[in-house]
Design a protein around this ligand. Sequence first.
Ligand SMILES: [Ca+2]
Ligand SMILES: [Ca+2]
Length: 326
Amino acid sequence: MRFPRTSALPRAHARPASLLVTLAALALAGTAVVPGASASAAEEPGAAHGLKGDYYTQSAPGAFDFGELKATTVDPNLDFNTLEERLQARTGQSDHATVRWTGRITPEKTGDHVFSMTGDNGFRLWIDGRPVIDHWVDDWDREQNSAPVALEAGRAYDIKAEFFEHHGGSNLHLRWTPPGGGKTAVPQSAFTLPEGMEYNGPSAVAVQASGRTLSLEFPEALATPPAGLLEHFDAVIGGAEWPLDKARLDTDDSKKLLVTLNEPVVGQGGTADVRYDGEGGLSTADGEAVDDFWTSGPNGPRTSCGPSGPARSGRTTPSRSTRVPG
Ligand SMILES: [Ca+2]
Ligand SMILES: [Ca+2]
């Protein structure tokens, strides 16, 4: 197995040397973000979308504390139908584990936003340093709603979410209801990493409407993918491990990696979960190796994720995609 299921992946992504390069590039482009400034981090070209995830084991079963940090990584969003595999891979156990996610969130609309969170087991949420949901409770699947939080369009706010898993199944979903909009999962595009954390993994992933291609968008242009790259990929679509055929760059957009699927995905729903072990030689056009990643996105056409876009059903239903018979 290319991806160890039982060991932690204690790779930190902060790389000071290349960070300086990135900051210099941002400064040259005039888009450097000052904390608390009203610049839109989410709209910067090249911004890495996602949240920093710190994965811990608890000091004892039932402690629900942050006992020992086992891995730091990047997660695309907080919309997990299950966290079991991630907890196992990153902490070495799928029970008695705790996660803290940090980064920034940038709304598209100005006005009151209501945050809704549900999970298995406990969770809590801070926006702009203020607690807005506190459900550090050993139960499951009881959605909690924040009081309305006044936010300004295009401004990046600090976000922190914490989660603990006791035992059995685990999941976590963060949704928001922007002014005049419906309740949707907060999209990856709304999240950016904490300042000082660099990451060049995908900023979006989706199964294209044809069901035959997996599309991964990166913050930077990529070099032509090397032969054998897909041996370092692992895709689970709608709950099933999916065989991958070929990888190529989109001829119109070299930030986009297109992966042909051996068998088409029939039907939509659930998520596409894609892992890369960082060892396949994938690199940016500038020759920088692409970090290992474990990301997920919708199985189906991407909709406008903005508050005014068509509302995706808030919760991903367990309806599974199916392979073509034979
Ligand atoms: Ca568990
Ligand atoms: Ca549980």
